[in-house]
Structures are given as structure tokens and as C-alpha cells.
Design a protein around this ligand. Sequence first.
Ligand code: PRX
Length: 631
Amino acid sequence: MRSYRAFLDRAIRSPEAFWAEEAKLIEWQRPFSRVLDYSRPPFARWFVDGTTNLCHNAIDRHLAARAEQPALIYVSTEIDVEQTFTFRQLHQEVNRFAACLKGLGVVRGDRVLIYMPMVPEAVFAMLACARIGAIHSVVFGGFASLSLASRIDDAQPKLIVSADAGSRAGRIVPYKALLDEAIERSKAPPGSVLLVDRGLAPMRRLAGRDHDYAELRSRHLDAAVPCEWLEASEPSYILYTSGTTGQPKGVQRDTGGHAVALASSMGKIFCCNAGETYFATSDIGWVVGHSYIVYGPLLAGMATVLYEGTPVRPDGAILWRIVERHRVSVMFSAPTAIRVLKKQDPALLKRHDLSSLRLLFLAGEPLDEPTARWISEGLGKPVVDNYWQTETGWPILAIARGVEAIPAKFGSPGLPCYGYSVKLYDEHTGQEVGPNTKGVLAIEGPLPPGCMTTVWGDDERFVKTYWHSVPGRTVYSTFDWGIRDDDGYYFILGRTDDVINVAGHRLGTREIEESICSHPGIAEVAVVGVADQLKGQVAVAFAVVRDARAVELPQQRKNLEAEVMKQVDSQLGAVARPARVHFVTALPKTRSGKLLRRSVQAICEGRDPGDLTTIEDPTALEQIRSALVSA
Ligand code: PRX
């Protein structure tokens, strides 16, 4: 333990020496002249003047040693396909994709929006962007047209990559029609759309704008597109994530710091070796997909599994069948997926040969002890909780077992990861709190390599939102509550803001409220996250109708609830659909008009609503109570 703490101390005390050493894990075309420039806090520039390329480090550099080894293993239980691409084949496909992008006029610095199901072409597209220095912005396929339109407007992509359809639990999910709707809504329509036709759903094609990928690819079969050497701080990608406002933030990541942090984490946190196979069950539309389906494993010279399917189809042993078949060494999933499996026959955990598997990492939401024990004992493998965010791109808290496997504690993701100076502050006074006291979990600048460098196109929002929210301090707020025990282990106690976490999917209640409010029958609405045994949290809405007569009868309420849900489905996507919509005539607010969100949430969870001295109309809370009882 002492040596582990000394290692953490060194990373904080001598960041330049520490990260210069880690930077050797990747290949630089031109070496950096300085490890860190923090002359303009909170903006940190890592590996100043160094030039590199993510695609080169993820693919090209491995060709000498492992061209014929698997790099990308695509498994789809949706369309019953399995396809392996070696590093050589992946290199070829990415070159072809890059040639198509270039042919359509995409150049360094352009944004390319990727709205794709979990298919190999989505990974080719990301890596092709990295190759030519274009900035990708992947939008989760479960998001619908309004979510997509706001991201198009903000990123202003020159080109969008999409497909006819995805498939979820055996059901075809059309993408192209939603995309067309989003482009129609958007103020910054792209010049071109590149479409992968999977033959799953009919597509309307707009002449001049829409291009067929198979057709274009066939013209570039022998393409050799050189890597663009980017300065370390040039952006590699934008990934939108939810916050307190209805407008998602474009988390911008650099190139050099991103490559170094991920490569470093693969060894020091995930205990991986080149030539092995990594399997993250996430989606490329989320940060875990970016870091640990695509870039991390490939940077480490590993094969990565891209899985299109659910954990329970065709049966609850599918994940373990994949582990056995592809000799997976390390897995990454979310607690929700494990809770889903917990409902299945435990014998399914024993059906396959899991001798290749060493570790299972879980993140994205709190990992409860019963779930952790169940899966760890069932598999006979250590389970490693790790805590981080879209903003950081790699773990903030974890036990870095690749450094030393110090003991874990149930319910705790562990200690700060090397490079993160983690602190807990009192939300009102900004004073640091001691052990066993709840506080806002924050990080002192500079953030280590790999973390967000700014909000896309809005430096001011980056500074104001993240660095000025703890009173009297300039520290990065995670917007999570945390507590530290006497041994220095941290525990996460939920968000301090209006972000909720449904089945590991991060959603903003504001976005859901805005969508519901655009229904003509609804005047006002409050959406809160409510604890749920399976999904961690679900969204529950309390809506004030314009005309109370519209919800007098139970059938009317049922119909309106269904209508509202449908509206959220079509605007934001089914992931954002509230579990329930209750109708009330007033919302509990303070006399200054602020919604008493924490009180509403507390009532929904059967807890004490807390201090209500400032409430304007106490009957509004009564309405929440009775709506829940009569539901
Ligand atoms: O509230 C924390 C929760 O998920 C949020 C970040 O979500 P996202 O940006 O989607 O990134 C997920 C990356 C794994 C955090 O602010 N969270 C994430 N991991 C944990 C967690 N809560 C508790 N325990 C965790 N291990």
C-alpha cells in the first residue's frame, strides 16, 4: 500500500516527469518540446509541439509485429454475423474509408458526424477520421431526430456517416428516416451523407447529397491514405453529453494526451497485453465505446470485440460464449447489464470455458455490493469498479491493478487514479471536507492527459460550468457527491446536478422536460431520476396540463401519458422516455419560483423531502404524493 501511495504522489508532484515516461507508449512523428503548458489555467496543453496520429498508433504501428492477428472482432447476434478483421485488413478498410471521406471533400479539422449502429463500418469511420485529421462526433444510435439535430447544429459537420438501420433485440430500428428528419430540422445541414446499406430497411436517397458507401468503397480498394500528423493539442473528437441545461455540451478531446492516457490506462489500470482480446459491451455512441471499444485496445495492440446485441439474446450466456470463443482476457461492462443477467439462471455463468478471462471491469453507475458479489463469485473472477465521466475519458477512481493489486472495498471504486488530484469540498463554503464527510468531488487542475480540453466552440462555458461551481475555488467539478473513508477510499453518492443515469446511460432531465413541454397539452413539467432496482435510476415526470379537464378520467390520463411518451421517443429516443408521466395541477416550487427537485425525488423514493420552509404551495407536494399512490 505504501508503494502504491508513493506512486500516486509521484504522478501529482512531478507530472512532467511522470507523463513524459508514459508518453513513450505511443509513437510520435515529432517529439514534444514540453510535457505540459499550464500557463493559461484551467486550459492544459499536454505534449506541446509533439505530432502524432491516433490511427497510426492504433493500426499502422502494429503492422510490423501483428499484421495477421485479429484487431476487430465483429459479433452480431442481431443479424447473425461474425467477422474478424486482422490489423492488415483493418488497415485496408480504414484506408478505403479515409479515401471516400477525402473524395467527398473532408479535410483536416472538418467535423464528421457518425450516426451508426454497431457495425464495423462505424469503427472504420472513426479511425478514418483520425487518420486524416477530421474530428468525429459520434451520436448514439438510440437518440432520435431532435437530439441529433441539436448536435448537427453545434458541430456543423461537413459530412454525416449513417446507415439504413440498426437492430435491437431482433427489431429493425430505421436510422435513415430519423437522420433525414434531423437534417431537415437543422440549421447547418451537411454537404454529404455517406450511407452504409445493410439491407435491413428501405432508404430514400437524396441525389447529390447521399452517397452509397459500398459503391464508393469499390472505387478505392487499393487506397493508401497517409496519416496526417497532428499537433498533440489538435482535437481528435467531440462527444456530446448531458448537463444541467437542455443544450448538450460537446466534450472536446485532444490527440496526444488522449493517446497517451488511453495507452497508459490499458496497462496500469486494465492489466492488458498486446495480442490479447478485450471486450467492452458498451456502444460506440458513449464514451466507454470511444475509449475502450475503439481506441484503448487498438492502441495497446489488442483485438477488440464489437458486439451488436443484448446480453440475453439468444440466451443469457451469450456474453460468456463470446468470451470463450474469442479467448477474451479482459471485459468491461456496466452494473445494469449484470443486474439483467442476475435474473437469469445462474448455471449460465458456468456453461462456458472462461479460463482466458482475468478481470471484469464495471463502470458508469454505482455498483451495488450484491451485484458485485454475485458476478464475482459466479465467474470466479475479480470485479473492478471504476468511476469516471465522458469528460475525463478514462478512470478518475479505480484500483490500478497493473501498478499493484491493493485490496478493494465493496461499494468503492477505490483511490484516485494516477494524475488526478481528487478533493472533496463543502457545496456551500467551498472548504475541503475531511474523511467520512460528504462533499462535492472535484479535481484540482491541471487535469491529466486525455481529459476534455474544452467545450466545443465555447471556452467560456467550459470554464464557467466546470471550473467555477465550487464556491471560491477554481477546481474541476465532477458534479458528483462523494465521501472518503479513513483509508482514503472514495464512495460515489450520486449527482449534484440534474443529470440522471438510466441503465448506465447519462441523460439530462432538462432535455426530457423540454421535449415533454413541447406537447400542446402540457404547460409545465418536472422530471426527476428515481431509484430503480434494475436500471439504477428511471426518469419520472410530473406534468401540469393546460386544461385539467383533459385528464379527469383514468383513460384520458392513460392516453395522454402514452402520447407524451411517444413524443419523447420520437424527439429524443426511447432511452430518454420517462417510466411514468403523472399529471398534477401545480409543481412544488420555492417562493422565488425554483423547482424543489430534490424534494420531489425524495418523495418518489419514499424518503423525507427535507427542508420545505421556502415552499410556495404545500398542496403541490401533496399532489405528488397522491399521484404516486393512485398510480
Ligand atoms: O455520476 C457518475 C456516474 O456516471 C457519470 C458519468 O457518466 P458518463 O459521462 O456517461 O461516463 C461514464 C463513464 C464510465 C458520473 O458523473 N458513474 C460513472 N461511473 C461510476 C458512476 N457512479 C458510481 N460508480 C461508478 N463506478
